[in-house]
Design a protein around this ligand. Structure first.
Ligand code: 13P
Ligand code: SF4
Length: 351
């Protein structure tokens, strides 16, 4: 049971989130792409920089990160990666919270992003002041926030988690008898609550990309491909999670494609992940879970519009001009690093 505040009006009303149009980058010929990639490689080297790319960025960016000794990873691994590098500049291709987390963990390094306006609907839907007011209603709860939040929200939290580590961390808190206030993703929160049985209060945020997967259409596709395994990221609504064979972080879903015997997979998460899935199992067939339905609001179905703001073109420009640097106010950084480091320390004990 989700514990509700006694005064229902205290459940925050979320402001409307403006979803940007998915950017359309000018198409490059193969020769132009090779030339641009070589140019970026040269800039990375000259500036003692490494590139960390999330699984939802374009195949070009993921390939470039691989070719230059950077990393292609989920948000937990991206956070860890920066702390292991000698490079003086970290370039983060992903969304803003990923760049901020890198900067919080590596204050001495320069952290650049191809586009600082690449945010996330979860982050945008959880303003620090309102979240703080919500937390104040539950002073006896441990505040656990998803990494997809601003540095300011992290600064008022006890724990940061990513989808790869949320379940064990909440189980750990439950063993200590703690009650959990969870933000901002209500779907991931209710999944964690269901799996752990922990009493949790949930902030009502959601991801506009995963919110769009449609269960009726998914059931239809499952009927057409009865031998396919259904892979679902837990940011998806409960009726989609119910249809899954595997629910997990981006890394867990990629691993499932490599390790399961199925020849076909229906994938309910951002399709940028197909690059790594195809690499893990080139002979397997990947099918996009359907997103089109009445009431669809995501303007770039199964493609995060904020992740789409990263390209080879603006990465080159960022390195060239040294623009789009992440700065975090020291007083915020000091507080935000505590719950992030707590997560990394916890993750290290499980390795
Ligand atoms: P991961 O932590 O699995 O990389 O997910 C981050 C994210 O934003 C998913 O939408
Ligand atoms: Fe945020 Fe959703 Fe985009 Fe992930 S896919 S970055 S949760 S908006």
């Amino acid at each position: 049971m989700i514990a509700k505040p006694s005064n229902n009006s205290s459940i925050p009303e979320l402001k409307q989130i403006i979803i940007p149009k998915h950017p359309e980058w000018p198409k490059l010929t193969a020769a132009e792409k090779t030339e641009l990639k070589e140019y970026i490689k040269k800039l990375l080297k000259e500036q003692n920089a490494v590139l960390a790319a999330h699984y939802y960025t374009t195949a070009d960016l993921q390939e470039l990160a691989e070719e230059t000794g950077g990393c292609v990873a989920d948000s937990l691994e991206m956070a860890r990666f920066g702390t292991t590098q000698n490079a003086s500049t970290l370039v983060v291709a992903g969304v803003r919270f990923m760049g901020e987390t890198s900067k919080i963990l590596n204050p001495e390094k320069r952290v650049l992003m191809p586009d600082l306006s690449a945010t996330c609907s979860l982050d945008e839907g959880c303003p620090a002041e309102e979240f703080k007011a919500f937390c104040d209603l539950y002073p006896d709860h441990t505040v656990v926030v998803y990494a997809n939040t601003s540095a300011e929200v992290k600064a008022i939290s006890d724990w940061v988690v990513t989808s790869a580590i949320a379940l064990p961390i909440v189980e750990h808190l439950a063993q200590k008898g703690e009650k959990v206030l969870w933000g901002p993703d209500k779907h991931l929160g209710s999944y964690v609550q269901k799996m752990t049985g922990v009493e949790m209060v949930l902030w009502p945020g959601s991801c506009v990309v995963h919110e769009e997967f449609k269960s009726v259409a998914l059931e239809r596709i499952i009927k057409l491909h009865p031998d396919a395994a259904v892979l679902v990221h837990p940011e998806s609504p409960e009726n989609i999670v119910k249809l899954a064979d595997v629910v997990g972080s981006t890394t867990a879903l990629i691993k499932a494609v490599g390790s399961m015997d199925n020849k076909e997979f229906i994938v309910a998460t951002d399709k940028g992940i197909f690059y790594k899935m195809q690499q893990a199992a080139p002979d397997k067939t990947l099918i996009e879970a359907p997103t089109i339905g009445v009431g669809a609001t995501c303007q770039a179905c199964a493609e995060c519009p904020w992740m789409g703001m990263n390209s080879l073109q603006n990465l080159a420009e960022t390195l060239e001009k040294g623009t789009n640097e992440i700065h975090i106010e020291p007083s915020i950084r000091e507080k935000a690093v505590i719950p992030i480091q707590r997560m990394l320390d916890f993750a290290a004990t499980r390795k």
